[in-house]
Design a protein around this ligand. Structure first.
Ligand code: GLC
Length: 570
């Protein structure tokens, strides 16, 4: 039996607005992406995840959707979309789109109708409108806060011109949450799923998949960072059981992907979404919250195997995305500077503040990439990580766009710095982002130092991060077999700064520390290293290697190495 393609696919996450601009307006689009498909083929990925390209006022750059079955004119039209899809498929690339079911845009016709229809109307039932508290209703219905840290309710002006009800939005005020207890909502999403599947896409990445339902009585919460009345409600599983039936309708001809973006408190919670009749895949975001520390990486990896493997799902590994600081910057932080105020501590991990040693971060991010691609399962690679781009930390305040920055009063550095348009070539102002057609500047300013990170600069350069990614992806296909879905840790005596594991015939070793490591001969011959080795079999600081052993050697007590199943540290 052939296994579904998505179980071990490498998916490249395209943040469309910043990938490539086909029409010279400074905003990435479908035509730009289409023109760069060969780059993705050469890179060696299996498919793309496309960030929302639906009509949107762009308050949260497309995650505020005004029409789920349209294309935003900034990005193109259906002709371009269909052409992109056909050309991607012709090159063997799958296309997975982002689905955003927790909320829509305040410009969505349903929300506009709800505003116009007034309190008590059927139209308001599709959202979470409530009267305010206090004598004049001027206090929000409960004390919930958004993911950006500010109050989650906004008061509307009623059709008669008076201040009126409040509506719930767990993100920006331009993103009203749906009321999933209303049958119209699930009926609409059934139609949305079928619309895109019938158009030919290969699956959906479900954004904030642990959201959707809210506790029916919307009670005050206790102030913990995870609001367990707003997220992870038991009713949400019913939706995924139903969507699973929808994707199954397309089998066996098409194996559609349905991967949840899940941020839940425990592994038991995560596994509950991956039950046999629910989501086939769920992103494992824990690893991207880990600092450059071998114990924390190992614990996180073990946790994923222990929690996810029993469900039968493969693990969907993620080391970066459009919501977190780039890996180079996260791993290059020399000293974490804490946040003041009431921000969720996770933000300190994914968007840390502090001085950064970029070249150290680059070495570490390259090592982390080799680790990522050696792990069994599927991997999501965020655009620009293959170029080793650091986070752009000094975007001028007047150029910033991210609601996470505005709504936190600039406490949270926000996500603009990982969304700066990609540098493709040359030294001109837009580094080839607009294919030399740029009548407008890129929508976020690119720093001068982008010149040394362009695709053009790195393509032929053997030691570039881009070449490393290409090599690693090519080798990954050759040497890792999906059926080798477990890893065996190899402990190196006396070295607590090393993570090494065997998967099938390959050993992957990551050196987190500064002292070089002699690569034991039992591990086989060196196949790939994240930075060049200057001495035979000596792995330099903060780097990684893959070694190949045709006949895996058994370790004995006489060796300095000890094998242990990954569950050992659980
Ligand atoms: C998801 C997206 C994020 C967006 C949020 C609200 O978490 O990854 O970028 O802001 O949903 O839609």
């Amino acid at each position: 039996m052939t296994l579904p393609w998505w179980r071990d696919a490498v998916i490249y996450q395209v943040y469309l607005r910043s990938f490539a601009d086909g029409d010279g307006d400074g905003i990435g689009d479908l035509a730009g992406l289409r023109s760069r498909l060969d780059y993705l083929v050469e890179l060696g990925v299996d498919g793309i995840r496309l960030s929302p390209c639906y009509p949107s006022p762009q308050h949260d750059h497309g995650y505020d959707i005004a029409d789920h079955t349209g294309i935003d004119p900034d990005y193109g039209d259906f002709e371009e979309f269909d052409d992109l899809l056909a050309k991607a498929h012709a090159r063997g690339l799958k296309v997975v789109m982002d689905l955003v079911p927790n909320h829509c845009s305040s410009r969505h016709p349903w929300f506009q109708e709800a505003l116009a229809a007034g309190p008590g109307s059927v139209e308001r039932e599709r959202f979470l409108f409530r009267d305010g508290r206090g004598a004049d209703g001027s206090l929000p219905p409960n004390n919930w806060r958004t993911q950006f840290g500010d109050p989650a309710w906004t008061r509307v002006t009623e059709p008669d011109g008076c201040s009126g009800q409040w509506y719930l939005h767990m993100f920006d005020a331009g993103q009203p949450d749906f009321n999933w207890r209303h049958p119209d909502v699930s009926t609409m999403f059934d139609g949305i799923l079928r619309f895109w599947f019938d158009r030919g896409i290969d699956g959906f990445h479900v954004s904030t998949a642990h959201g959707l339902y809210k506790h029916s009585s919307l009670p005050d919460w206790n102030g913990d960072f995870f609001n367990s009345y707003a997220w992870n409600q038991p009713e949400v599983h019913e939706i995924y059981r139903h969507w699973r039936c929808i994707i199954d309708e397309y089998r066996p001809e098409r194996e559609l992907a349905l991967v949840g973006d899940l941020s839940v408190p425990t592994m038991i919670d995560l596994a509950s979404y991956l039950r046999q009749d629910e989501l086939p895949q769920g992103c494992y975001g824990d690893l991207l919250e880990q600092p450059w520390n071998p114990d924390q990486f190992r614990f996180s990896i073990d946790r994923a195997f222990a929690g996810i493997s029993p469900t039968g799902a493969t693990i969907t590994w993620v080391l970066a995305n459009h919501d977190v600081h780039r890996a180079v910057t996260r791993y290059g932080i020399i000293r974490h500077q804490g946040y003041h105020g009431s921000l969720d501590p996770v933000i300190g991990l994914i968007r840390p503040r502090g001085p950064v040693d970029v070249s150290l971060g680059e070495r570490r991010a390259r090592a982390a990439a080799l680790l990522l691609f050696a792990l069994p399962g599927s991997q999501y690679v965020y655009q620009g990580e293959e170029l080793g781009l650091p986070e752009v930390l000094d975007i001028p305040d007047e150029a910033r766009q991210d609601p996470a920055w505005f709504r936190s009063g600039a406490l949270d550095p926000g996500r603009d710095g990982c969304r700066v348009p990609l540098p493709w070539s040359g030294k001109e102002a837009d580094y080839g982002f607009s294919h030399g057609k740029s009548a407008f500047s890129p929508w976020l300013p690119q720093p001068e130092w982008f010149a040394k990170y362009t695709v053009e600069e790195q393509w032929e350069e053997e030691t570039s991060t881009l070449s490393l990614y290409r090599n690693a992806l090519r080798q990954r296909r050759k040497v890792f077999r999906p059926e080798n879905d477990r890893i065996t840790w190899l402990d190196v005596e006396g070295r607590h700064d090393v993570l090494a594991f065997r998967r099938g015939d390959v050993v992957c070793v990551v050196l987190f520390g500064d002292a070089p490591l002699f690569l034991p001969r039992e591990w086989g011959s060196v196949m790939l290293t994240s930075v060049p080795m200057t001495r035979d079999r000596w792995l330099p600081n903060n780097s990684a290697a893959w070694l190949w052993t045709h006949t895996p050697s058994r370790s004995t007590s006489a060796t300095r190495f000890r094998e242990g199943w990954n569950a050992r540290r659980q």
